[in-house]
Ligand binder design. Sequence first.
Ligand code: NAP
Length: 176
Amino acid sequence: MKNFSIVVAFDSSYGIGKNGRLPWRLPGDLRRFKEITTGEDQGLKKNAVIMGRKTWESLPEKFRPLPDRVNVVLSRRRDFKVPAGVLCFQNLDEALTALSSLNNIGDIFVIGGAEIYASAMAHPLCQKLYVTHVKGAFDCDAFFPPISRQFMPISASEEYEEGGASFHFSEYLRSF
Ligand SMILES: NC(=O)c1ccc[n+]([C@@H]2O[C@H](COP(=O)([O-])OP(=O)(O)OC[C@H]3O[C@@H](n4cnc5c(N)ncnc54)[C@H](OP(=O)(O)O)[C@@H]3O)[C@@H](O)[C@H]2O)c1
């Protein structure tokens, strides 16, 4: 099975969401998210983004599916309906097995929310974390799980400011 990365933005309390939405508006972070998950032009291949049913539903209809990526929704409901071209699986392993068997899939990214991040962080094929650290606490009701000691920081960007919020990017790699 192919390995995968996580892309997440969390605040100083590991908060990622509030009332089913992102707690902040950071266009620079959304641009980076798009760049990382879409990747370089790979001809016929596309990267895949795996998300929980609630994160899928939190995307405004006009922005979903996320363009130029294979969108994958996880739901335990067998009958959850997704538009043509979007894939739906009942657990992370099922999704990873199916994506690994397709030869038009590039890199695989898990993009939230809290429940899916928890499954992904506990998964041995999770290799890399792309984190946006947002300074401060945003009174969140959804959280990222603790980062296991198996992950080591390998890079950190400068600090950026947008709409009164301060944030920086970092990457972590599984070291054992
Ligand atoms: N800051 C960030 O980077 C970021 C990124 C993404 C999302 N978010 C935020 O996170 C929040 C949503 O997180 P959430 O935890 O409430 O929802 P979620 O993880 O997006 O979706 C939860 C749903 O996914 C399905 N699911 C969960 N675990 C599964 C598993 N192991 N196998 C199969 N299906 C599974 C279930 O769907 P069914 O109920 O249909 O069975 C479950 O109700 C929102 O506030 C969103 O804005 C933040």
